[in-house]
Design a protein around this ligand. Structure first.
Ligand code: AMP
Ligand code: MG
Length: 494
């Protein structure tokens, strides 16, 4: 770790040829003020948290002062948005400041989101309102502790300026961290132009940076495709197992690194409903909870198609190879989901005979509209005798319709290898009691916007940093919304 506040940048993406980005400085803001620095993450990145919280650090997060060694760029990409092709996108309100090598030896991007107009802004103002910045901070950090690969929130500031959406809103900037910001849409951009040399350069960069294991294989690009497919299958399975709805799974919002990106209209489900759609602009239900694996598969086939020229110069051979890769997705996803589901139910050594049991649980949750997270959490209570401290029985109990199923489940656990106490511990460690419920996120945003009160935000972030440990004093963060608190729609962060 650095002893002083110096950030050591090493900007591999900015060293690529100019067609991958436009050099662009953040546009300064008038009077930035700190919202929060993520001290745990600064430690992992080897950054100085005290410095980030200082006036100089705030100027850095605001994009007003560029640290030495940063080489700010806006990257270019394309993408399929709600299934429709958009040949020209790019960082319209984000600037990649540069890359750092973290304590774990891995390379991370530091990007400012909401940092002003770029050549890719089109009609947008390049800015972000406070609400979406708080939402992304809360949800991305919750995802990280829940074990989901994700972009991270390093810090956030208010800008002292207003942004105009449906009304005037306070502006903010989020410093975001990711393994990289290379999207399926980045590959699509060069593929669509038939720019094979750039495609080759990009693919080489991604292999070196994220999937070095594919280098020594017979066909590194095919191996890369396989690894991205596997990463995405695992990622979407994790979303499903937490009841997470991404909400805007456009191909420009899927990273080749396999991290979750773009916390716009996202939400965690309260009552289980696979058809649940939250995004205000998703009229056809394309990005509903129950459709996410299907959409990931679709997006990955767009990636495969885009990679054809670099998989094999013989087009038929390339198609055959890409198709074989794509066809593995449903099996990989299903296996990851089923294994995770069995873990959530306390089954350590699953067999295919467990499928009716797991499916029936999902079906019951749907029929009885029980709370997704609390159903799994309550099941964890029932995996062992009286654990009074941890029990959420006073918050949630299964409806009577579950009784026959619960008996089948107990019977099945009888033939699983582990003892009850061990089983329960592992169930508690995968079934969170605290998730960033939409009504809590909205409450925090409202306090910040209307009362300039950030305390509710800080409290929520703190509670969500220990999602698996029930604390009776924090009950209000565990329970589903009352009917008058239910948030029925979420909106894009634009
Ligand atoms: P998103 O829906 O966040 O994935 O954004 C889609 C595209 O619109 C991206 O290329 C963004 O950079 C761009 N964009 C979104 N909001 C703004 C904004 N306020 N100003 C400029 N560009 C934006
Ligand atoms: Mg996006």
């Amino acid at each position: 770790m650095n002893s002083d506040h110096e950030i050591v940048f090493d900007n591999s993406y900015a060293r690529l040829p100019g067609q991958f980005y436009t050099r662009q400085l953040p546009v300064p803001v008038s009077s930035p003020a700190l919202i929060r620095v993520n001290r745990a993450l600064t430690g992992q990145l080897g950054l100085d948290a005290d410095w980030l919280e200082s006036e100089a650090g705030i100027q850095f997060i605001a994009g007003n002062e560029l640290p030495e060694g940063s080489d700010p760029i806006a990257t270019v990409y394309a993408g399929h948005q709600f299934g429709g092709w958009n040949p020209q996108l790019g960082d319209g309100r984000a600037i990649l400041l540069g890359e750092v090598i973290a304590v774990d030896g891995l390379r991370y991007d530091i990007q400012l989101k909401g940092s002003g107009r770029t050549p890719y802004s089109r009609n947008g103002d390049g800015r972000a309102p406070l609400g979406p910045v708080l939402r992304e901070y809360i949800v991305s950090e919750a995802m990280a502790v829940l074990g989901v690969p994700t972009t991270r929130a390093l810090a956030a500031v208010t800008t002292g300026e207003s942004v105009y959406r449906k009304s005037m809103l306070p502006g903010a900037i989020l410093a975001r961290v990711a393994r990289s910001h290379i999207r399926i849409g980045t590959v699509e951009f060069f593929a669509a132009r038939g720019d094979v040399p750039s495609l080759e350069t990009l693919v080489r960069h991604v292999i070196d940076r994220h999937y070095p294991a594919s280098e020594n294989t017979e066909n590194p690009v095919r191996a890369l495709l396989d690894l991205v497919i596997a990463a995405q299958a695992g990622l979407v399975a994790r979303w499903q197992l937490l009841g997470f709805i991404h909400g805007v799974m456009n191909t420009d919002n899927m990273l080749l690194s396999g991290e979750t990106i773009d916390y716009g209209p996202c939400a965690f489900m309260d009552e289980f409903d696979p058809g649940r759609v939250l995004s205000s602009i998703d009229h056809g239900g394309r990005y509903a909870y129950g459709n996410q694996a299907h959409i990931a598969h679709w997006n990955l086939s767009v990636l495969a198609q885009s990679l054809l020229p670099v998989i094999d110069p013989d087009r038929n051979a390339a198609i055959e190879s890409a198709q074989a890769a794509i066809d593995t997705f449903p099996g990989l996803y299903q296996a990851a989901f089923q294994k995770g589901l069995c873990r959530k139910l306390g089954i350590w050594a699953p067999t295919t005979d467990d499928e009716p049991l797991t499916q029936d649980f999902l079906q019951l949750m749907k029929d009885e509209a029980t709370d997704f997270s609390l159903s799994f959490r309550r099941l964890s209570d029932l995996a062992d005798q009286g654990n009074e401290e941890a029990s959420i029985q006073h918050l949630f109990e299964f409806p009577a319709a579950f009784i026959p199923w619960l008996e089948r489940w107990q019977q099945r656990l009888g033939s699983d290898p582990r003892d009850a106490a061990t089983r329960q511990m592992s169930m508690y460690s995968v079934n969170p009691v605290y998730i960033p419920r939409n009504h809590l996120v909205e409450e925090v945003i409202e306090a910040a916007e209307l009362q300039q009160d950030l305390e509710p935000f800080h409290s929520l972030v703190e509670v969500l940093s220990q999602p698996f440990e029930f604390d009776k004093r924090q009950t209000r963060y565990a329970i589903p919304p009352r009917s008058d608190q239910i948030v029925r729609q979420t909106f894009c962060g634009t």
